[in-house]
Design a protein around this ligand. Sequence first.
Ligand SMILES: Nc1ncnc2c1ncn2[C@@H]1O[C@H](COP(=O)(O)OP(=O)(O)O)[C@@H](O)[C@H]1O
Ligand SMILES: [Mg+2]
Length: 273
Amino acid sequence: MTRNKIGEAFLNAKGLTKEFGRGDKKTIAVNNVDFTFHRSEIISIVGESGSGKTTIAKMILGLLTPTRGEIDFEGKPRDISNQAKRKKYWQNIQAIFQDPFSTYNIFNKIDSVLLDCIRLQGGGNLSDNEKMEKMIEACSFVNLKFAELSNKYPFELSGGQMQRLMIARIFMLKPKLLIADEPTSMIDACSRATILDMLLKLRDEINMTIVFITHDIGLAYYISDTVYIMEHGIIVERGTADEAILHPKSDYTKRLLGDVPKIYEPWDFSQGA
Ligand SMILES: Nc1ncnc2c1ncn2[C@@H]1O[C@H](COP(=O)(O)OP(=O)(O)O)[C@@H](O)[C@H]1O
Ligand SMILES: [Mg+2]
């Protein structure tokens, strides 16, 4: 549905697999999946709870080690074998998770959350004024007033303010890839739309690639260039939003579509009224 220009491929996964436990207790959370992400692409990974979505996200982020398979980043095998390399990788790849409170150290004030972003971007030597300007700019991008946040702790903010602050962080960090793991499921429909708008605006401004992880197939249809549908650790459907959702090939996708309101179908005004 989105009409942006998709750029070159920059992240490629091949045969990516994650197993938890062993013997009788073995779960294959992600089973031999392949995918390629392009610059500026909006991707949705859709699947029911337990289908392996978060496990894929954590492997991309380097928070979980794949049991098998490879991830290439910018044309080379990804190397996050030490802390310095991991830090470098995380300048490119960021995530926002379902529970915004889990992102922050509760003992750090908002100022230091934002100052950390400046430091990560190599702005540690800027003057206090320049740092302040960057923090004010990031807050105003998400319609927050820095003056009202500064000196507060994360737990003093509302859920909606926390979500916005997370997006302000992304605005400062300008990653190449953002993984949003069901980021809007905690908040009401109104702020949901605002958050999505902000993320899409950010994509337009910095050509960021966004992976939305969701069980909301209607949302996936509206925002995505590319949709992957997962069942029990396997990608059972992939394609453009139109291909995967309007013309699904797998029985699983057809069943999934049968369960949701048909908001992706155009309204038919041809009869009555
Ligand atoms: N740390 C873990 N240890 C054992 N099993 C796990 C772990 N994390 C996830 N799983 C299992 O892997 C499967 C996929 O989980 P997950 O990736 O969280 O799914 P989703 O995000 O789609 O709901 C589930 O069966 C889950 O119970
Ligand atoms: Mg999950």
